[in-house]
Ligand binder design. Structure first.
Ligand code: ZN
Length: 517
């Protein structure tokens, strides 16, 4: 991160306190505009255009997000230098005390006494300390994001109401599980996590259709039984969104690993799943028309999105989309109103695509409003990457800090922080886990550092016995991971943290068996 710019960005926007001026669709005034996450304040008068050049950029939100990124990643980055300093301390009787003082000063938390007490024999177990510190930084990140999430309750409600205004009673989003998309909601789309009905990442965005049909049924049942969020007779729809990714600077190497970094394969596979989902609803319940589909692509170098615009019949096409990087370039220097109009023009132009991208006309009005707002929110993120990283992240490839196995920590929304492997049993997710271990051989083992694996599952406290069963599952999966990589775990090069958490986002983290295995 360009730290100087991050500090400058914060300093310049620190005085802005006006509530979020949300992204409002031009030409179609909204009853409740879509609130952008973290957009607590508008740009203060006199803020320099150098740090947020676009008229629609929410500079105060950018400043807050820069602070968040810097503090979370900073905790991980501080670990190795602190442990190097601890390794250099004389191993006399005062070692534990001096090591603790150093850890408190540089990391802000204590190290395990048992590891330090035996250090005089063969030196401190730096691998165990590294894992301890990595999990400490992870827990601090969870606490920070959870606090943030609780503060966003109202914004999340506004966003859900906005979805409903656009005609969607449920929004189910499935991005690829790639670590570079981990900041999708908070950073790239600027939407609160809890405004989505369902959010689950899958390798290659290849979401599980059976699971999603169950989600659909749960949403529809709630409408029939409780009339929430809209009654069963209301003409609203279920929106399913898939998110794939590409790398503009290294398309053949740093794209989606699940699709061999082949952009066309990534798009076709996501489109196929989306269409199969709608077909499944149509075949089982004869109401496929009540389902809308949307496909979004992210360039993980720049965080610019492209939105594949459905046609008048809701059909998607690989070749019909709005490229927001282009919109950003085209609207630089325009006024906010002109830029909003240009966004709507871009959606209209996409709908009129000829040739391979041709469709049957513009999507319905609610879908157009939603797309316009997603594009406008993303302009702030393009500007963010522009200001802090000169328009392209330095880590275009993998730079994750830990492997996340199980349900993942959905609260932690930050790019390239974890490699996520969604699995119920190690047998089922072995291939995906092997890819993660391979990535971390390059990232950690090469430097002599162990691979931290956070095994985490969520339970539903409404279901009797669910917590106990989930704890058993966590133990079982962690043991199976150890058994799959016996050489690594035997040498202390693979260290697991075991935890469970109640289902509602922001529930407290509960460590199992003291935390690590
Ligand atoms: Zn991917």
């Amino acid at each position: 991160m360009n730290t100087r710019n991050a500090y400058a960005l914060r300093a310049r926007t620190a005085t802005g306190t006006r509530p979020a001026a949300a992204a409002v669709a031009a030409g179609t005034p909204l009853a409740r505009p879509l609130p952008a996450v973290g957009g607590g304040a508008a740009a203060p008068a006199g803020a320099s255009s150098a740090l947020g050049s676009h008229a629609l950029t929410d500079r105060a939100a950018n400043a807050r997000l820069a602070y968040c990124e810097e503090s979370v990643k900073g905790r991980f980055d501080a670990i190795v230098p602190a442990l190097q300093a601890i390794a250099g301390l004389p191993r006399d009787a005062d070692f534990p005390e001096r090591a603790q003082a150093l850890a408190q000063a540089r990391l802000g938390y204590a190290l395990p006494e048992s590891v330090l007490a035996s250090a005089w024999i063969a030196g401190p177990d730096l691998r165990a300390l590294f894992a301890h510190c990595t999990f400490g930084a992870l827990r601090a990140a969870i606490a920070q994001f959870t606090q943030d999430l609780l503060a966003q309750r109202e914004t999340a409600r506004d966003a859900s109401n906005f979805f409903l205004d656009c005609g969607f009673h449920a929004v189910d989003i499935s991005p690829c599980a790639d670590g570079r998309l981990k900041g999708l909601l908070r950073y790239i789309l600027r939407l609160p996590l809890s405004s989505f009905t369902w959010h689950k990442a899958y390798a290659g965005a290849l979401f599980d259709i059976e699971t999603d049909v169950r989600h659909w049924m749960a949403a529809e049942l709630r409408r029939y039984r409780e009339g929430v969020p809209s009654t069963a007779d209301a003409n609203t729809r279920y929106l399913k969104v898939a998110v794939y990714h590409i790398s503009g600077s290294a398309p053949g190497q740093e794209g989606c690993a699940a699709h061999g970094s082949n952009e066309h394969r990534a798009i076709d596979a996501a489109l196929e799943r989306l269409n199969q989902f709608r077909q499944a609803i149509e075949n089982s319940f004869c109401c496929g028309a009540g389902t809308d589909l949307l496909l979004i692509g992210v360039d993980t170098d720049t965080d610019a999105i492209r939105i594949h615009t459905p046609d008048a019949e809701g059909a998607l096409n690989a070749y019909r989309y709005v490229d927001n990087a282009q919109v950003f370039r085209d609207t630089q220097g325009l006024s906010a109103d002109q830029a909003r109009l240009a966004v709507h023009e871009a959606i209209r132009a996409a709908a009129a695509t000829a040739g391979w991208g041709a469709g049957t006309g513009e999507p319905h009005e609610g879908m157009r409003r939603l797309i316009a707002n997603l594009l406008i929110n993303n302009l702030s993120q393009i500007d963010y990457v522009q200001a802090l990283y000169d328009g392209c992240y330095p880590d275009v490839g993998h730079a994750e800090r830990y492997i996340s196995v199980g349900d993942g920590f959905e609260e932690v929304q930050l790019r390239n922080i974890s490699y996520y492997s969604h699995l119920h049993t190690v047998e089922e997710g072995a291939a995906h886990l092997d890819v993660g271990i391979k990535i971390f051989k390059g990232l950690n083992l090469k430097r002599g550092l162990p691979i931290p694996v956070a095994v985490h599952y969520r339970y539903d406290s409404q279901v009797p016995g669910a917590r106990e069963r989930t704890i058993e599952k966590v133990r079982r999966v962690a043991a199976a991971i150890g058994a799959r990589y016996p050489d690594l775990s035997g040498q202390g090069l693979l260290i697991c943290q075991l935890s469970v958490q109640d289902r509602p986002a922001g529930s407290p983290l509960e460590l199992v068996d003291g935390g690590t295995l």
